[in-house]
Design a protein around this ligand. Structure first.
Ligand code: PEP
Ligand code: CO
Length: 464
């Protein structure tokens, strides 16, 4: 049997919720180390109060779920499953509405149906959701019309409005991050267990998507999936079982005060879990080997990711593995590469070969978004759909040549009809960006572009 299905540890949800335990105290070791991208909170006492409140609040995710995910990612690393991770660049409190969350979940489920068909392996579904409220920034300040203010660091830290007041970091926002994540997870858990994820429902996208101009090349694959679903229904396949899907939450573990406050001890094992989300990752800007983020993440049991940009060396990768996955545990470590379409074929090979030759086992995932950001001539931060696709193609090519496994896809997307990324079959052009550009940080694929990408990747996976 596929190990994806075989190794599902059913573990109790059992936590030591006391705030004073010695084991949790060890989690504060990051505080002794150089830290980057942390806000300067103006009121330390207020931060301490919120930290205490978060520490005694219920965990958002549970050790048993986190352990199952680690097994799923171990399967992805060997090609027995495929990871689809997607969601906003930055979630916002305002956009955490039921409709927007539902649209995002639906988009990810639809993409996953297409990918499952293409790959003939299970797709591990994961949102950049229910916690993705903090952003690393390249500049500490932002200047508009001669006025310079602190940069926006995500709703978890300060406000987007360009006023002095709004840009002051406010610890109360960490509490709001927790409650908004809890609300989002509540919907996520309801939608993915209450019939919404039923394949037949998910499938009704088909009509709307395929009818537009430029989409005919996907018609055949869509028709095949349609036929497969009708066949399953006809032979009486167990659709009840398909009404429930596993769906995991993830975000960049950027704000270490928040992450530490939400860590909990699994009292069955004494081990520490980050309970703000199932999968947590370290960004390209915070992966310093001797820095606070790597130290913190080395102490939690979750499966974790590290972003690797074009400047990452084999030595960086191997030392990250030694520090974050000393036991070489399957599913523990995922490298999310974000090289840029023009660099991936030149830079990725030595990384995957170096890791392969060292005998280390990681899941290699492509983020084809963050290396392909450009500014349009009318001033929008955008990306070209064709560059995104090209980076994914390059990712598959490199792995095929190295004999390694392309294990997944990490996307910035939304379920709404925004116009933030150029191109795709809908042919969004520069003027089109003005129609519905809503993101506060990075441009996201809209619903149609997301599905289109899924069809293209499904073709590649079919050849994997
Ligand atoms: C992100 O994923 O939104 C991000 C900031 O990515 P990176 O750390 O790869 O730049
Ligand atoms: Co981003």
């Amino acid at each position: 049997m596929n190990s994806f299905l075989r190794d599902s540890p059913a573990r109790a949800h059992d936590f030591d919720l006391s705030a004073s335990s010695d084991e949790l105290a060890a989690l504060g070791s990051w505080r002794e180390l150089p830290r980057v991208q942390q806000p300067t909170w103006p009121d330390e006492a207020e931060l301490g109060r919120v930290f205490g409140a978060l520490r005694s609040a219920p965990p958002l995710v549970f050790a048993g779920e986190v352990d199952v995910l680690r097994h799923r990612l171990a399967a992805a690393a060997t090609g027995e499953a495929f990871l689809l991770q997607g969601g906003d660049c930055a979630e916002t409190f305002e956009d955490s509405s039921a409709n927007r969350i539902r649209n995002k979940i639906r988009t990810i489920l639809q993409m996953s149906a297409v990918l499952t068909y293409g790959a003939s392996v299970p797709v591990v579904k994961m949102g950049r959701m229910a916690g993705q409220f903090a952003k690393p920034r390249s500049a500490d300040t932002e200047t508009r019309d001669g006025v310079t203010l602190p940069t926006y660091r995500g709703d978890a830290v300060n406000g987007y409005a360009f006023t002095e007041q709004s840009r002051v970091p406010d610890p109360e926002r960490l509490w709001k991050t927790y409650t908004t994540s809890a609300q989002t997870l509540n919907l996520l858990r309801a939608f993915t267990s209450g019939g919404f994820a039923d394949l037949r429902e998910v499938h009704s996208w088909n009509q709307g998507f395929i009818s537009g101009p430029g989409y005919d090349r996907y018609e055949q694959l869509a028709a095949e999936i349609d036929k497969a679903i009708r066949f399953m229904a006809a032979i009486g396949a167990d659709f009840d079982a398909l009404k429930v899907v596993e769906f995991y939450s993830s975000h960049e573990a950027l704000l270490l005060d928040y992450e530490e406050a939400l860590a909990r001890i699994d009292s069955r094992t004494g081990e520490i879990y980050g309970c703000s989300g199932h999968f947590l990752w370290i960004g390209e800007r915070t992966r310093q080997l001797d820095g606070a983020h790597v130290e913190f993440m080395s102490r939690i049991r979750n499966p974790i990711g590290v972003k690797l940009g074009p400047e990452a060396s084999v030595d960086d990768a191997l030392r990250l593995i030694d520090k974050l996955d000393p036991e070489r545990e399957p599913g523990r470590l995922t490298f999310v590469t974000r090289m840029g379409a023009s660099k991936i074929r030149e830079r990725l090979p030595r990384l995957v070969e170096g890791v392969r030759d060292a005998g280390a086992q990681v899941a290699w995932v492509t983020d084809p978004m963050h290396g392909n950001t450009i500014t349009s001539s009318n001033g929008y931060k955008t990306r070209r759909f064709e560059d995104i696709v090209d980076e994914v193609v390059g990712f598959f090519e490199v792995h095929r040549a190295a004999g390694t496994v392309p294990a997944g896809l990490h996307m910035e997307l939304t379920g709404d009809d925004v116009t933030e990324v150029l191109g795709g079959a809908g042919e969004i052009d520069e003027a089109g960006l003005e129609r519905r550009y809503e993101t506060l940080v990075d441009p996201r694929l809209n619903h149609q572009q997301s599905l289109e990408l899924a069809f293209l990747v499904a073709e590649m996976l079919g050849r994997r």
